[in-house]
Design a protein around this ligand. Sequence first.
Ligand code: HEC
Length: 218
Amino acid sequence: MDSNLLVRIHSISVMLFLLTYVIKTILLFTSKPMLEKYSRITKVPEMIISTLFLVTGIWLFVMLGGIKTLHIIKLVLVVVSIPLAVIGFKKMRYGLALVSLLLIIGAYGLAEASRNKPFIKAKVELNNEGADPKFAQGALVYHQNCGFCHGADGKKLYRNAKDLSISVFGYDDIQQMVRDGSKGKMPGYSAVLTEEEISSVAQFVQSLKVAPADTTAH
Ligand code: HEC
């Protein structure tokens, strides 16, 4: 499935899930009969939404091949909060319901906070015997950090990434992009890569470019 569609379904189902959590918590504290009625009516939709968000979430984890530390904490929070919520709302236990709501909101906050953070480096080993050391370093940095969005050949478009093989970015633009990232779309790497690594990965990215057809030859 298209990863962007998956991300969209995931975000929408998370929002709906969060919304229903908040509504249920408010009802729990204000009107228990209303909560019972609400829970009855939304039982099936809620099951569909939570399945959807768990399945798409896990699918994204698997597809990413790269995950962030905050993602792991987030997953733990979600996994802990769901049984707490089920018991909390069913048995009308205020404390449990509140704790689970806080956990879910915390998980959501973490997801937002991790948006511009780099992924945990992928484990890759390259066979570069005889290769130019700088090129080898650039290739390693690239495959560890950039490959799951941009692909080994630069053409993968995960999360609306740009096709690097046809990018018009020059060496300096690439370095700038790697340092700063692009808000909400691509993480910035100034805190995780050294200037030397940024320079070598920029060189490597340039090597991914497909040379434009030579139109000047006669
Ligand atoms: C989370 C996915 C992701 C990762 C990881 C990632 N990128 Fe990107 N990259 C993107 C997205 C999305 C864009 C488009 C940003 C925009 O449109 O503002 C982009 C754009 C770029 C561009 C600009 C291309 C152009 O023509 O506009 C370069 C260069 C680039 N990335 C290089 C890298 C390098 C090098 C790494 C690793 C150090 C990397 N990216 C890691 C998602 C990613």
